[in-house]
Design a protein around this ligand. Structure first.
Ligand code: XMP
Length: 519
């Protein structure tokens, strides 16, 4: 699905910084559409008319070596304002004849204090009495490029912000996109509105009608299928496409029997009755259970579930005639091109399964209306489509479901025990207004039994592990700090109400070194 290129935008050229996504977020939060692009793909852009500004990100490359990452110099001839951040500044300096040195003495990591040298539109209203900025560099500009002036400096770096105001080219060594930089947003405001003179037009809720119109134009009278999991991404996709083509969207919900207690049936009813979706519920729990019998290896579990899911989805979709499109909840972070620009394959930790990874051989064309949005933007879109808070702000839930929260082999009995414990845990989080403070929480069952005493009798039952983490994007996480009262209460409730559990433990590991899920 190709979206029309009609909007004013800021192009962010990604040299592989860990925080490039944040630049895109800052720009969008200020009401301007931003797009991240791999420098190697710049030549594919035929028309720069709607590009109102360019930001060059930071990155691991160094202009002090001959094979540094760069951009075609004719970008600077297009009269589009340019802001370089960190590596971006160094690249600008290099391309315009400045000098950059790698120096252990001059390197700055973390906080640095910044001082004004000269009035500049880029740094208008930025300085306060003591501004601290966030730095992460070893290379530094040591000689100004031709026709540039210094606008700010730090103790270690005399050329920390520079400009060529005539040609509207700016560079800062620090990272205005991270929250540790005081007043960093002001830099973006100035760049966008004073320098690029772009208008504040981007607003995610206002994208709804455009997206609906585009889906309608693309799909026309054809049918679309969608695997609906009840998570926020697939739910928003389904509501959006339903608004565009109504009954020509057919949603398939595959009940793997590995979902939270009652959640799937409840969600199905909501989609069918409240949102009026054309949705088919496929109960496949038996086949999932039988295929998972005696399987305790986490990767095997994941593979079995992923493959079965695809098989069942394919089987069901073949029953529907004249389907031409498959709708997926692909998000912007999934497709940001920087993945390949930074090179280096990442090591596989787990084989993720989600309903987004449906088979290519189905020969369907893809509809991915969320592919330019971040998760929190999808939530706002969901709200504007009338999606309930409950679904919009639901914690992430992994495709393989409870199978990876029952460590070791899976039995029906264990699934029921776990569903009951998890239900109590999530209810208590809601009752104590903690659910929305936590990024993800769940109960898991460990593959050991321990001895306990209840009444006057000995028990020999399972250990329930509780996990609750705070996180921004699931890449890193910390455990949530519950009060002792909450932990006392939840342990008591689970042991008293769930037959099969006589011990509760709380997981206090962060990610890394642990992961969020147990398998
Ligand atoms: P880990 O365990 O890798 O999890 O720290 C990070 C985030 O990803 C979720 N997760 C999955 N999501 N399919 C998914 O859709 C999967 O196979 C899968 N495995 C883990 C996990 O719940 C957490 O939010």
């Amino acid at each position: 699905m190709q979206f029309q290129e009609i909007r004013e935008k800021i192009l962010i050229i990604d040299f592989g910084s860990q925080v490039t996504k944040l630049i895109a977020r800052r720009v969008r939060d200020l009401g301007v559409f931003s797009e991240i692009i791999n420098p190697n793909n710049l030549k594919k852009i035929k028309n720069f008319d709607n590009v109102k500004g360019i930001i060059l990100s930071g990155g691991p490359s160094t202009v002090t070596k001959s094979n540094f990452q760069t951009i075609p110099k004719n970008i600077f001839e297009k009269k589009i304002p340019i802001l370089g951040i960190c590596y971006g500044l160094q690249l600008i300096a290099k391309l315009f004849g400045g000098k950059i040195k790698s120096s252990k003495k001059k390197r700055e990591f973390g906080r640095a204090f910044i001082f004004k040298k000269k009035q500049s539109n880029l740094m208008k209203n930025f300085f306060s009495k003591k501004n601290s900025v966030w730095m992460s560099h070893e290379d530094a500009v040591v000689k100004l490029p031709k026709n540039f002036k210094v606008i700010a400096f730090t103790k270690s770096s005399k050329l920390t912000a520079i400009e060529n105001s005539k040609n509207k080219i700016y560079g800062v060594q620090f990272h205005p996109e991270v929250t540790h930089t005081d007043n960093g947003n002001q830099i973006f405001k100035n760049f966008l509105f004073l320098i690029c003179k772009v208008k504040q037009k981007w607003n995610i809720a206002s994208q709804k009608n455009r997206l609906i119109k585009e889906v309608r134009e693309i799909v026309q009278k054809d049918k679309v299928i969608c695997a609906l999991s009840g998570g926020v991404d697939s739910s928003v996709v389904a509501l959006l496409i339903n608004k565009a083509i109504k009954k020509n969207l057919i949603c398939i919900m595959v009940d793997t029997g590995l979902m939270r207690k009652d959640e799937f049936k409840y969600t199905y009813k909501i989609f069918k009755n409240r949102y009026n979706l054309n949705v088919k519920l496929v109960n496949a729990s038996k086949i999932f259970y039988s295929n998972l019998k005696n399987i305790s290896n986490p990767e095997k579990k994941r593979k079995i579930i992923g493959n079965l899911f695809i098989k069942i989805f394919e089987r069901e979709s073949k029953k529907i005639r004249n389907v031409k499109y498959l709708a997926q909840g692909t998000l912007y972070p999934d497709i940001i091109e920087s993945r390949s620009s930074t090179g280096g394959k990442s090591v596989k930790i787990k084989s993720h399964h989600n309903v987004g990874g449906l088979p290519k051989k189905m020969n369907l064309k893809l509809v991915e209306p969320l592919k330019e949005f971040f998760k929190d933007e999808v939530r706002i879109l969901g709200k504007s489509l009338g999606l309930s808070n409950e679904i919009c702000y639901r914690h992430p839930f992994p495709g393989p479901g409870l199978a990876i929260r029952i460590v070791g082999n899976i039995t029906l009995e264990k699934i029921q025990i776990l569903q009951d414990a998890d239900y109590i845990f999530i209810n208590e989080l809601n009752k104590n207004n903690l659910y929305n403070k936590i990024w993800q929480a769940y109960a898991a069952l460990l593959p050991i039994k321990t001895v306990g005493v209840m009444g006057d009798s000995r028990t020999y039952e399972y250990v329930c592990l509780l996990r609750a983490v705070t996180s921004e994007d699931g890449m890193t996480a910390d455990y949530f700090h519950f009060t002792k009262d909450f932990l006392d209460n939840i342990s008591n409730k689970i042991v008293n109400n769930v037959k099969g559990i006589n011990r509760v433990v709380y997981d206090i590991s962060s990610k890394p070194p642990s992961t969020i899920e147990l398998e």
